[in-house]
Design a protein around this ligand. Sequence first.
Ligand SMILES: Cc1cc2nc3c(=O)[nH]c(=O)nc-3n(C[C@H](O)[C@H](O)[C@H](O)COP(=O)(O)O)c2cc1C
Ligand SMILES: C=C(O[C@@H]1CC(C(=O)O)=C[C@@H](OP(=O)(O)O)[C@H]1O)C(=O)O
Length: 389
Amino acid sequence: MLRYLTAGESHGPALTAIVEGFPSGVSLDAEFINVELKRRQGGYGRGKRQTLETDRVIVDSGTYHGVTTGGPITLRLLNNDAKLERLREPTAPRGGHVDLAGAIAYQTGIRQVLERASARETALRVAVGGLAKLLLRDLGIGVFGYVRELGGIEAPPLALDPQIRDASPVYTCNPGADPGIVAAIDAAREAGDTLGGVLEAVVTGCPIGLGSHAQWDRKLDARLALAVMSIQAIKGVEVGLGFEAARRPGSGVMDPIRFEAGHDPSDRRFGFRRPTNNAGGIEGGTSNGEPIVVRAAKKPISTLAARGPSVNMATKGESPASYERSDVCAVPAASVIVEAVVAFEVAAAVVERFVGSSLEAIRASMGAMHELSRRHLEEYWSAGKSAGA
Ligand SMILES: Cc1cc2nc3c(=O)[nH]c(=O)nc-3n(C[C@H](O)[C@H](O)[C@H](O)COP(=O)(O)O)c2cc1C
Ligand SMILES: C=C(O[C@@H]1CC(C(=O)O)=C[C@@H](OP(=O)(O)O)[C@H]1O)C(=O)O
């Protein structure tokens, strides 16, 4: 089982992730992960903190001469703004944050809970997702995330152009290049306000059969939803058409099935074609070989420069919510994070389906499974094993 845990506070000395169950034999290209980390730090509308941090991954365990060993991989990031012990205790909890509920639940001050709840932790998720992308890349599976909408404005359609798509490090931050969106972020900053948006991650080259229909907690769409919803400030997750499916008749939702004779024997879809992909690549909790499409809604940042109404915890009298500094918009960054967590869940599903403790074993298992399914398709219906319908 491929899994990970993260640890660390936003202003503590470092953030650490331990990734367990990652196969051996993958070249751990730290520079690849560093590019991912830089993408997450970018995008128009970020606050001062990103000018202080230069996220670069430190690999503390799980490799030998740069290649994964199958042992737990420890990834670490240093916080330049490591000043936890010097920070003041906020006096008025911020709405939209864990400040109030967390301090009551854990019987601590606000600082203790906000430091761990902070989206600083998403830097680690991107590092872990980068690791997952290295494995997926070796298996011919690609993942990319981008901004669809920001502050209610549709992102430039360029985002859907496959050529731009392939250059995802640039175009995930495309809203920074759109004058309308830049103006909206500037206006929000002026007003002491913030903006949210809609992100999308797409997985290409996915084999059929990741996840399972057989048990609720093995369904790939359910696992993706959990992973994406766990990202700070994500308030909605859709797969394929998502909520739009509820508004259409069945004929406008169901993806037709066609067959292309003479397909290549290595075709991961065995010749089956779906002219539409309303299901977003997952049917019955199982990947169907079409691109997996996951969308997420990110709420606007809750810490407002024009401080929202709150209560002073000592006097219980009215007080504006505490404010130190904040992002105005972290939507482009969130697209990189959604991409990362989706990549990790897909990698976990690959490792589960094509069991193997090394990259070569997983490759061999994928090949063997492909051959088995291909033979099954040839033999099962012709040998009269099916009862027919
Ligand atoms: C990349 C990123 C950056 C964020 N930056 C801030 C920020 O600067 N200020 C803030 O109040 N919230 C920020 N957030 C959101 C909070 O972390 C989040 O709203 C908070 O922890 C409460 O969790 P919830 O919104 O999931 O309920 C950011 C989220 C992401 C994904
Ligand atoms: C540090 C990051 O994001 C932070 C997430 C965050 C929050 O409340 O979630 C609050 C801000 O932290 P600070 O109060 O130190 O400015 C953001 O900068 C990061 O993304 O690397």
